[in-house]
Design a protein around this ligand. Structure first.
Ligand code: A3P
Length: 354
């Protein structure tokens, strides 16, 4: 993580009393575990099904999920090391569904009594430095977990892991999960544009037609896209108090209403004085695409998610609109994607404006 992270995150040993336990030879067993997981990852990689990658050479399929090889390492480490607390709030998103935006929104909602809008951390810190990805947390430090000094009583973390791959402690604890999904046509275009910029210069660009074919076949980061959404949707049907499903489109169409819903769900409801005092409107405006994308911190700097994966902050802000797919997909392509979505999603709750 870059240096700004250190201003906001204190790295704590994850054992309940903060103690690091050593074995007789002075080794930390967690450190040994970490090496074992890395060795297991190296051993399993060549055995997994492979498909063409969007950014690097290929994606691999692990337990039905398409991941980059380094993404798989992050997932395996997270599944082993991450211990969820019952008070945790986990933002889970389908890639390019608005993770950066929802990190900003949830951080603002949960910490609104700590920070003034005029000197808010989001004015000087990229949302990814305020809310870390679980699958990127353990790349370097096996026993570290991030908490922000003076933060609201709940930790706020994020993930792209599908429900099926979540660490057990997330599934079994009483934490709350906010899942965000987006019209697959816009998610596809956003992902293609984003990864195009991260693709090594020596690799030929991935044509949109090829990306489209891969996406429809389920071969995209953390895909298949539809399985990702259905996993969380199923969990929200079973445990509505634990999993809430929201879409990029719903937040864009009625941010005030959905911010209130989010605030209720994460246990920080707005009181009448806040509502009448314009707090919701100020949160909407602070986290808006127009505001965040113009800030110097988001125009410069990088996210060093893992040793291998670095993303310029500016890459997280492109158009921030509903329907940019119209500028890229042919009507036939759009119709094919709509057809898959209708067939896979079926019910009314997860239908986008197709
Ligand atoms: P586009 O590529 O369609 O513009 P993620 O954060 O999950 O990587 O998603 C990135 C997408 O969310 C990009 O979509 C980006 O422009 C958009 N985005 C980023 N910040 C936003 C904001 N504050 N409000 C709305 N959309 C935002």
């Amino acid at each position: 993580m870059d240096s700004t992270t250190c201003d906001f995150h204190q790295l704590l040993v994850s054992k309940p009393n903060g103690e690091v336990i050593m074995d007789e030879e002075g080794n930390d067993p967690e450190e040994i575990d970490h090496k074992d997981i890395c060795m297991e990852w190296e051993a399993i990689l060549p055995t997994l099904p492979k498909q063409k990658g969007w950014m690097a050479d290929h994606l691999v399929q692990y337990q039905g999920v398409w991941l980059s090889p380094s993404g798989l390492k992050g997932v395996m480490l997270a599944r082993h090391h991450f211990t969820c607390l019952p008070t945790d709030i986990i933002l889970s998103t389908s890639p390019k569904a608005g993770t950066t935006w929802f990190k900003a929104l949830l951080f603002t909602i949960m910490n609104r009594r700590i920070y003034q809008f005029s000197s808010h951390p989001l004015l000087t810190t990229n949302p990814h430095d305020l809310v870390l990805f679980i699958e990127a947390m353990f790349d370097q430090a096996p026993t570290a977990s991030p908490v922000k000094d003076g933060i609201s009583s709940s930790r706020l973390l994020s993930t792209h892991m599908p429900y099926s791959l979540l660490p057990n402690s997330v599934k079994t604890s009483c934490c709350r999960i906010v899942y965000v999904c987006r019209d697959p046509k816009d998610a596809l275009i956003s992902q293609w544009q984003y990864l195009k910029r991260l693709r090594p210069k020596e690799m030929p660009p991935l044509p949109l037609e090829e990306a489209f074919g891969l996406f429809c076949d389920g071969v995209s980061h953390f895909g298949p896209f539809w399985d990702h959404a259905l996993g969380y949707y199923g969990a929200s049907q079973e445990s509505p108090q634990k999993v809430m499903v929201l879409t990029y489109e719903a937040m864009m169409t009625d941010p005030a209403f959905n911010i209130k819903r989010l605030a209720d769900f994460v246990g920080h409801p707005l009181d009448p004085e806040e509502e009448s005092g314009g707090v919701v409107e100020r949160m909407v405006s602070l986290c808006s695409f127009e505001n965040l994308s113009r800030l110097e911190v988001n125009k410069s700097g990088v996210q060093q998610f893992t040793a291998q994966f670095m993303v310029p902050n500016s890459n997280f802000f492109r158009k921030g609109q509903i329907g940019d797919w119209r500028n890229h997909l042919t009507p036939t392509m759009a119709e094919s994607l709509n057809k898959i979505t209708k067939e896979r999603f079926g019910g009314p709750d997860l239908e986008f404006s197709l």
